[in-house]
Design a protein around this ligand. Structure first.
Ligand SMILES: NC(=O)c1ccc[n+]([C@@H]2O[C@H](COP(=O)([O-])OP(=O)(O)OC[C@H]3O[C@@H](n4cnc5c(N)ncnc54)[C@H](O)[C@@H]3O)[C@@H](O)[C@H]2O)c1
Length: 361
């Protein structure tokens, strides 16, 4: 099997701390399961930008398309860079230029004690969120007129293409079918955003027809947000546009243990795709060994699945789940779990030991 090259971009703040653990664990898992993975590190981030002005070098995007199977990304953001312009140039550029139209965020509750809804009996809560990642209100389409005057006009245009809507809806239904799930819910605001979200409604009805075994339901996003707090267990796959997805995925993360456990994939099926924890560079805890590496590891598990290594992906998921329930954990989880506190490195080492046990090494 040809080697699958993975570009590792650790980035800023806690990014390098969690990326180090992530690569250490994935590389050992690759060894244990004979997976043909290689990891190559790139130093793009605030430090490099401040040193020589590089955000991403010319030709890097093409290199990723031609030579790499995936990008394993830490986090970017540094208070020394005004407006975080380097971060936009790195992360948003990759999302748009590589056409990573699926932002996939599984919100998995590993232990009920981590949810603000604890006590409700949610032992198997799983919300799989599909956020459209290349259109909507985040394309920068729009402008200002008479800026800085009392008559200022600012317009932010929402872009909805039929092609873009169809493909994210198809991805959500396909995911549900492939995993034996039975429900897909679409969130929109078609009652007031008649044109753009009218398109989403029509596309949803047509795509749903092609998947008759899946229970398809379209909801207004405000109603869905309320219901996700009332009865999250009623939902399985949720699909929505860029802005609503941004908000609902944070809600999903909060319901299932917070940023330390929230993983994501920025995916174009069959092409180089990017996997990263949802959290940012967390300058408030950087360099203190407090960063939870589990979101990075769960993003690694998603990357393994994308690369065709489903069994290894599940092993890593299981090791992380056991770690949450039975291991030491970083301070963001330890209090709620009532478990001993471990550093980023210590938690990573325990997950590694669990993998060795699970694979019988
Ligand atoms: N994808 C990305 O790279 C990304 C995403 C969000 C924010 N950012 C950037 O990160 C910087 C900080 O942003 P922020 O503070 O709003 O968000 P953040 O996600 O970095 O941190 C929010 C809070 O969560 C905590 N936290 C985050 N990740 C954690 C982890 N793995 N373990 C334990 N605690 C964790 C932090 O300590 C902080 O209190 C900013 O520059 C922002 O632009 C980058």
């Amino acid at each position: 099997m040809t080697t699958q090259r993975i570009a590792v971009i650790p980035g800023d703040g806690i990014g390098p701390e969690v990326a180090q653990v992530g690569v250490q664990v994935l590389a050992r898992l690759a060894q244990l399961k004979s997976l043909p993975l290689s990891f190559e590190w790139f130093d793009f981030g605030a430090e490099r930008y401040l040193k020589d002005g590089t955000i991403l070098p010319d030709g890097f995007m093409q290199k990723l398309r031609d030579d790499y199977a995936a990008v394993y990304f830490g986090a970017v953001g540094d208070p020394r860079v005004p407006g975080n312009e380097h971060a936009k140039g790195i992360l948003l550029a990759m999302r748009f230029e590589l056409d990573l139209y699926i932002n996939l965020r599984p919100c998995l509750l590993f232990d009920e004690r981590l949810s603000p809804l604890k006590g409700k009996g949610l032992p198997h809560l799983q919300l799989i969120m599909f956020r459209e990642n290349t259109e909507g209100l985040y394309t920068g389409t729009g402008g200002t007129f008479k800026k800085g005057t009392p008559d200022e006009i600012a317009q932010e245009v929402e872009v909805n293409t039929r092609k873009g809507v169809d493909r994210i809806l198809e991805a959500a239904f396909h995911h549900a079918e492939a995993r034996g799930l039975t429900k897909v819910c679409m969130a929109d605001k078609a009652n007031v955003m008649l044109f753009g979200h009218g398109l989403w409604r029509r596309a949803f009805a047509e795509v749903a027809k092609k998947h008759p075994k899946i229970q398809a339901k379209a909801m207004y996003v405000d109603a869905l947000a309320m219901d996700l707090i009332r009865q999250p267990e009623a939902y399985q796959v949720i699909v929505t546009n860029n802005l609503f997805g941004d908000i609902l995925t944070d809600l999903g993360a909060a319901l299932t243990g917070g940023l330390g456990l929230a993983a994501s994939g920025n995916i174009h099926p069959g092409r180089v795709s990017l996997f990263e924890p949802v959290h940012g560079s967390a300058p408030d805890i950087a360099g203190q060994g407090k960063a939870n590496p589990l979101a990075m590891l769960l993003s690694g598990s998603m990357m393994l699945e994308h690369l065709g290594h489903g069994a290894a992906s599940l092993l890593l998921l299981q090791a992380v789940s056991e770690q949450v329930k039975h291991g030491r954990n970083t301070p963001d989880l330890a209090k709620a779990l009532g478990c001993p506190v471990g550093t980023t490195q210590e938690v990573g080492a325990e997950v590694l030991a669990r993998l060795e046990l699970l694979t019988g090494a």
